[in-house]
Design a binder for this molecule. Structure first.
Ligand code: KIV
Length: 275
């Protein structure tokens, strides 16, 4: 079986100036649609599933069991892209040992190719333990949603020169710990540019401008399935409208008797018992 997109391929893409494309998915059907395009390098089973799939207002309620489950059903559909499983809140913060154990679950039970976790500093130890165990790690810096209560809301990070330099220092810590790429979320273009030009691994931006080595978007936002539309989300389709039109047509046709017409009914005739 051919291997899926790998960390080595991601690093090579950065060296060759080839942009990387990452997208989220949470279920088998959409993962299959995405993977069959053969256009996507990395599929992230993000803890955004807490907001997109579960209807919470933050990512904080997502558990490792939720993440394992969604990763396993996404992974079943994917042959080409790298499947990256997000490590949810409190699945790695307790200790490096806890982080390693849960990263292992995402690989063994979820069939992920890599894991992602937020932050640097004290998490560098957990990241190097995970990487040394053979599990690729994607880092995540900037507006890190699991720290929303510390950040005081969904606020752009790295806005001053000193804050940008702190982010750069964290990015370097992550590279030293062994990450193969870093998501940069919610920061000025210049901050993301400075980090992207300084570190050896690819940066993947979301709300961080055009200078990153790749981009990631939440699937439901780019397809127009969610109502979330901050400035950095481009809607490439309006599937909410298309879906609601289809559902309304179905309801109308059931009510006026047009569905199911003869073309949607079995042609088998009722037989007598002895025929
Ligand atoms: O959970 C998620 O979907 C993410 C991306 C937005 C990067 O972390």
């Amino acid at each position: 079986m051919a291997l899926r997109f790998s960390p080595t391929m991601a690093l090579e893409a950065k060296r060759n100036g080839k942009k990387l494309v990452e997208i989220t998915a949470y279920d088998y059907s959409f993962a299959k649609i995405i993977d069959e395009t053969q256009q996507i390098d990395m599929i992230l089973v993000g803890d955004s599933l807490g907001m997109v799939m579960q209807g919470h207002s933050t990512t904080l309620p997502v558990t490792i069991d939720h993440s394992v489950y969604h990763t396993s059903i996404v992974s079943r559909a994917v042959t080409k892209a790298m499947v990256i499983a997000d490590m949810p809140f409190m699945s790695y913060q307790v200790s490096p040992e806890q982080a390693l154990k849960n990263a292992g679950r995402l690989i063994q039970e979820g069939n992920a190719d890599a894991v992602k976790l937020e932050g640097a500093g004290r998490f560098a130890k957990a990241i190097s333990m995970i990487v040394e165990s053979g599990i690729p790690v994607q880092g995540h810096l900037g507006l890190t949603p699991q720290s929303i209560n510390m950040l005081g809301g969904w606020k752009i990070q790295g806005k001053t020169m000193s804050a940008a330099e702190r982010l750069l220092q964290q990015a370097e810590e992550l590279v030293d710990a062994g990450v193969f790429s870093i998501v940069l979320e919610g920061m000025p273009n210049e901050t993301a540019k400075m980090i992207s030009e300084s570190v050896s691994v690819p940066t993947i931006g979301i709300g961080a401008g055009p200078h990153c080595d790749g981009q990631v978007l939440v699937l439901h936002d780019l397809l127009g399935l969610s109502d979330f539309q901050p400035v950095f989300v481009k809607r490439y389709a309006d599937l909410k409208k298309v879906s609601q039109e289809a559902i309304s047509s179905y309801a109308d046709e059931v009510r006026n008797g047009a569905f199911p017409g003869t073309e949607y009914t079995y042609k088998t005739k009722l037989q007598k018992d002895n025929e």
